[in-house]
Structures are given as structure tokens and as C-alpha cells.
Design a protein around this ligand. Structure first.
Ligand SMILES: [Zn+2]
Length: 414
């Protein structure tokens, strides 16, 4: 009895001393106990300066804004949503493009193919909703890339197959309901996704009045969201993060790279498309195709798989094809036949360019009990957000390419 008491006392002492030594306040328990992750697809970092955005302004004033959320390469939608969810670069998650081919599976992934979208074999790593559920907490995804597949044999407590026709306010209503249930269905992590800013950017280009209108519509939704959070008492216990997957750059028929002027398009099989073209080459033709492209390297960069720059964190995955071409910002790569069949193509905007290009940088705004107030921060990489969410939710994180240290300066007490 006495011995047990002594051991207990010692353990308590170790705990106290341990906590003191850690010192760093990020180790303290966060004030908030919920996280709401909102994403506006294709919302470029500088879009907030293109329109009147009173609701975003309020958030920025009371919370944190980053000069830009740096996407992973390629700066396309699916790979970036999955990088935010897992904290992994594509070479570690396997999610290397919007379109992929896997030799072992002998299968092709495209965003419109439901069977593949729901096939967990494409999705490596551990998405944050699995981490949450494994720790005895709950997650609800009102659309997020990966949430439709039973990754590691699991799914979020609440999830919906993607339905582009679902009204935006209804998406907010659903996730607010999940966060504020007073029963075993109540979630700790909620996500919401909106596509319209991206669609407008693609169709009209970044300076169009239609994009300005979309930015204002996003701002109205943020206003509605804040109202609903306040009404349900979520403002004080929920850390809200509003992000985007990538930015947007204007493209034009004046800026094109025609493959046929350099190689025979019949010699290659395109797996992923402009502006980051990934292709396999007919047997025995690799050196010839690469040399011709390299000799004509204007308005793009070309790499053999093994020479892809380290900073793209891409080449280590078996799904990466033999050749990568990356168009300069604003340029479009394709075969002659493709351009010929489409008058006026390309126009509007595109993304998928080098992720260091400022045009590809995305939105990051956050507010909540654990975020500093009125704090502006340098650009941050999106692979760190998983670590921050895991910290805010007090769940044991999986191994990732990101870390909390790179972003914790935006949290109170740091
Ligand atoms: Zn897009």
C-alpha cells in the first residue's frame, strides 16, 4: 500500500517536472476542442484584394492570414486536397495527379470515374479523419478528396458522395448540424468544400468580373457560416480554417506549346495533362523523345523521371511516368490535333504549374480560440496543416512530411 502510494507520488512528480521542462506552450492543451476546415477550390492567395470581402476582413482582423498557402506539385485539385488531408507529399501518398496510371493495379484513375474515386488502393497514408476516428473522436466530411473511399478500411462518421448540385448553404447547414449534435453523432472535425471559385477562374480568367462575383459569393458564405457558428455556440470552442487547394493563372491561345513540332505524339501516352504533362513513351523511344523535347525546351521544362527536381517530392513513387513536362506559367502543352479541334482553346485560367509560382499559391485564413488575433504570417506549405489539426484536436498524429513547428507561430502562446 505504502509502496503504491510512493510510486503514484513519484509519477505525479515526474509529470509536473516533465510539463515544466517541456515549457513550450504548444504542448499545452488547446482551448478549442473542435476544428472546422473549409475549402474554396481555386481561391488564389491574392483574391481577397480583388473584391469587397467584409466577412473575410473580419476573420483576418480577429485571426490569422498567411501570405499564401503553398500547394504541393502538381498544383492540381485532387493531389492537393489529399496532401492537406494526410500531410504527405505525392511521392509518399501516391496521389501524384488528377489523372494517374498504376502498373501494378493495371488501372487508371480519373476524377470522374466513381469506381476509382472510391477505390482505397489509390490513397496512401492516413487522412486526418481516420486519425480522429482512431483516437475515439468523430469526423464529418461534407466533401473532401479521399473521404469517399474506405481508406485503411475506415470512413468518417458522416460523409457524402460528392454532389456538385448540393446548394452551398445546405453544405454549411449539414456540417454545422454535425458539429452541434448533442449525441453520439456529434463530430470533433468537420470539413466543407465549395467548387464555384475554381469553375469561374477556369472559364473566365482571373481578372474577370465573374471571378470577382465568385469571391463576393464566397465572402457571403463565410458571413453565413460565422452567423451559424455563433447561433449554435460553436465560435468559442471551434478553430476555423479556411483554405484552398491551389491558385489560378490566365492561359491563352497565344501561349501554346505544340508537341508535334518536337516529337511524334504517337510515340507517347499522356497520363496527366497540361500544364504538368506526365507521359510514358513507346518502348525503345525514351531517349529519342526526351532529347527532342530537351533540344526545344522553350516555355516549358522537361525531365526524365529520375531527374525530376527533389523539391517536387514526386519522383519517388512508382506511379510517376517516364517523362514530366512542366509548362511555364500561362502556357499550355498539347498535341496539334487537340488545338485544331478546339477553336479558342485554351482560354480563361488553369493551374497545375510549378508550385513555387505565386499564381499557384492558395488561401489560408484561420480564426478560433487557439489562433492569434490580427496575425499575418509568411507563406506556408499545405502539408503542415495535418499536424496542426492533429494538435488542435489532441489526437496522436500519423507519420507525415509536415510538422507543427513550421506553423505553430500562428497559435497563441508561441
Ligand atoms: Zn481547377
Amino acid at each position: 500500500m505504502r509502496l503504491i502510494k510512493k510510486v503514484l507520488l513519484q509519477s505525479a512528480l515526474i509529470l509536473v517536472v516533465g510539463a515544466g521542462l517541456l515549457g513550450c506552450s504548444v504542448e499545452e492543451k488547446p482551448q478549442g476542442d473542435k476544428v472546422l476546415l473549409v475549402s474554396f477550390d481555386g481561391f488564389r492567395a491574392d483574391y481577397l484584394s480583388k473584391a469587397d470581402t467584409p466577412n473575410f476582413d473580419k476573420l483576418v482582423e480577429q485571426g490569422v492570414i498567411s501570405e499564401g498557402l503553398i500547394p504541393i506539385f502538381p498544383s492540381k485539385t485532387f493531389p492537393n486536397y489529399y496532401a492537406i488531408a494526410t500531410g504527405l507529399y505525392p511521392e509518399n501518398s501516391g496521389f501524384i495527379g488528377n489523372s494517374m496510371y498504376d502498373t501494378t493495379m493495371n488501372a487508371r484513375f480519373t476524377m470522374g470515374d466513381r469506381d476509382q474515386v472510391e477505390n482505397p488502393a489509390w490513397y496512401g497514408g492516413e487522412p486526418i479523419w481516420n486519425t480522429v476516428e482512431k483516437n475515439g473522436k468523430k469526423a464529418g466530411t461534407m466533401f473532401w478528396v479521399g473521404s469517399e473511399a474506405p481508406i485503411q478500411g475506415m470512413r468518417p462518421t458522416h460523409w457524402k458522395p460528392y454532389d456538385g448540385s448540393m446548394p452551398d448553404s445546405a453544405r454549411i447547414d449539414s456540417v454545422i448540424k454535425w458539429l452541434s449534435y448533442e449525441n453520439e453523432k456529434e463530430v470533433d472535425l468537420g470539413t466543407v468544400y465549395f467548387s464555384f471559385v475554381d469553375s469561374r477562374g477556369h472559364r473566365y480568367g482571373t481578372d474577370a468580373p465573374e471571378v470577382k462575383e465568385a469571391i463576393q459569393r464566397a465572402d457571403d458564405l463565410v458571413g453565413y457560416l460565422m452567423e451559424q457558428m455563433e447561433a449554435k455556440g460553436l465560435s468559442d470552442n471551434t478553430n476555423l480554417m479556411i483554405v484552398s487547394d491551389h491558385g489560378m493563372a490566365d492561359v491563352s491561345r497565344e501561349r501554346i506549346v505544340v508537341l508535334d513540332e518536337m516529337i511524334n505524339p504517337e510515340d507517347v501516352e499522356m497520363i496527366e495533362y497540361s500544364p504538368s504533362v506526365m507521359m510514358n513513351v513507346k518502348e525503345g523511344k525514351l531517349d529519342e523523345v526526351y532529347s527532342s523535347l530537351k533540344a526545344n525546351e522553350e516555355h516549358f521544362k522537361v525531365y526524365k523521371k529520375e531527374d525530376i527536381p527533389e523539391r517536387f517530392h514526386l519522383k519517388g513513387h512508382p506511379r510517376v511516368p517516364e517523362i514530366l513536362m512542366v509548362a511555364d506559367v500561362g502556357y499550355t502543352i498539347n498535341a496539334r490535333e487537340y488545338f485544331d479541334r478546339r477553336e479558342g482553346y485554351p482560354s480563361g485560367g488553369a493551374h497545375g504549374f510549378d508550385n513555387q509560382a505565386p499564381e499557384m499559391h492558395a488561401l489560408f485564413v484561420a480564426k478560433g480560440p487557439d489562433f492569434k488575433s490580427g496575425y499575418k504570417m509568411r507563406p506556408i506549405e499545405n502539408i503542415h496543416l495535418y499536424s496542426m489539426m492533429a494538435h488542435l484536436l489532441q489526437v496522436q498524429p500519423a507519420k507525415t512530411d509536415g510538422d507543427l513547428d513550421s506553423v505553430k507561430v500562428m497559435l497563441k502562446g508561441n
